[in-house]
Write a protein that binds this ligand. Structure first.
Ligand SMILES: *[C@@H]1O[C@H](CO)[C@@H](O)[C@H](O)[C@H]1NC(C)=O
Ligand SMILES: [Ca+2]
Ligand SMILES: [Ca+2]
Length: 329
């Protein structure tokens, strides 16, 4: 079970609410989803040839396996060959750590944004799994695209959402729309992972930054290439919490312990003033900031990250094993 960390398509800067989500990012199975002893194995689709399965079908199969699996861990494979390792001018970013399973409290009873459906707090059991230490970098995503000729959905659609203050004047002048509820996200023609702020931008000098403008389908395709999978939301939150119950951040409750920044988020009045006090106006290298006690970097802050399963706001309060939400997939 190798899981990896890849960013959300519209994501540039992790906004403040994500930080609060450190303790409460959530997704859970519905109450009619009784867990591993439910005979899910019997429901499992008749095994098709791998090549016949769509990324979505593969993910559903994978999620069914998570729910019904005994712990079954082997060391991660290594897709990065010696030659490409030598060309890296930053530490390899797809190393993995073993996340020792256990029981934790997922979600919270003190919800900041009730509509996000992070409550109620509930007990969840997680099997042992591997998780990428870092968010997936532009370098690694380029390896994948070079090898597979993968074309991202943003490249196919021809546009993607960019955070307005990062745009050049020229690009901003071409805008005709914005998101009503979040006018700082604007659709920009020609924005994709190689052009994060639109056609007049590039990723030169940012190969060690997280890849952005990656859709869930792109993320799943990357995972399949890398011999890994996306973590479930429960796994992600378990890893993020670092074994600390009921804390706001992976390291505790203080945003900046010892007056030091531990994550790349927004400082200043959102969305008009970004002081960059943490050292970064936009993304930071995937290797930035101290590791959590689980050995993970930038679990909070920097970019939003994809999980395998579906977002839902209805959660059972009962103890669950390896919960997965996929009935809507
Ligand atoms: C991808 O291919 C291009 C063109 O051959 C090359 O310049 C680049 O270094 C490759 N990227 C990686 C990460 O190997
Ligand atoms: Ca910042
Ligand atoms: Ca992150």
């Amino acid at each position: 079970m190798f899981t990896l960390r890849i960013s959300h398509v519209i994501c540039f800067v992790s906004l403040t609410w994500l930080v609060m989500a450190a303790g409460d990012t959530c997704d859970l199975t519905s109450t009619d989803d009784p867990g591993p002893s439910c005979g899910c194995g019997a429901l499992k689709r008749k095994a098709k040839e791998k090549s016949e399965q769509s990324p979505l079908e593969k993910t559903v199969t994978m999620l069914e396996e998570i729910m019904s699996s005994d712990e079954n861990i082997s060391p991660p494979s290594d897709k990065t060959d010696e030659k490409s390792l030598r060309t890296l001018n930053f530490p390899r970013s797809n190393n993995m750590v073993l996340i020792q399973g256990g029981e934790f409290t997922m979600g919270t009873d003190n919800q900041v944004f009730v509509a996000d459906g992070e409550g109620p707090a509930r007990k969840v059991n997680i099997n042992t799994f591997y998780l990428d230490v870092h968010e997936v970098s532009n370098f690694e995503f380029e390896l994948f695209c070079n090898e597979t000729k993968h074309r991202t959905e943003a490249e196919s659609f021809g546009d993607s959402f960019v955070f307005d203050p990062l745009l050049s004047e020229e690009t901003r002048n071409t805008l005709t729309q914005a998101v009503a509820a979040a006018p700082w996200w604007v659709p920009v023609e020609g924005a994709d992972w190689r052009h994060p702020e639109g056609p007049d931008s590039d990723i030169i000098g940012r190969m060690d930054h997280p890849v952005v403008h990656v859709s869930w389908n792109d993320a799943v395709a990357y995972c399949q290439w890398a011999g890994k999978r996306l973590p479930t939301e429960a796994e992600w939150e378990f890893a993020c919490r670092s074994g600390l119950p009921n804390r706001l951040y992976p390291w505790g409750n203080k945003e900046n312990p010892h007056e030091e920044h531990r994550m790349n988020i927004w400082q200043g009045n959102f969305p008009n003033e970004n002081t960059g006090d943490d050292g970064f106006i936009s993304t930071a290298p995937v290797t930035a900031f101290p590791s959590s006690s689980f050995g993970l970097k930038n679990m909070v802050g920097n970019v939003w990250e994809w999980t395998a399963d579906w977002w839902t706001i209805s959660h059972t309060g009962h103890l669950q094993d390896n919960p997965v939400s996929f009935k809507n997939l």
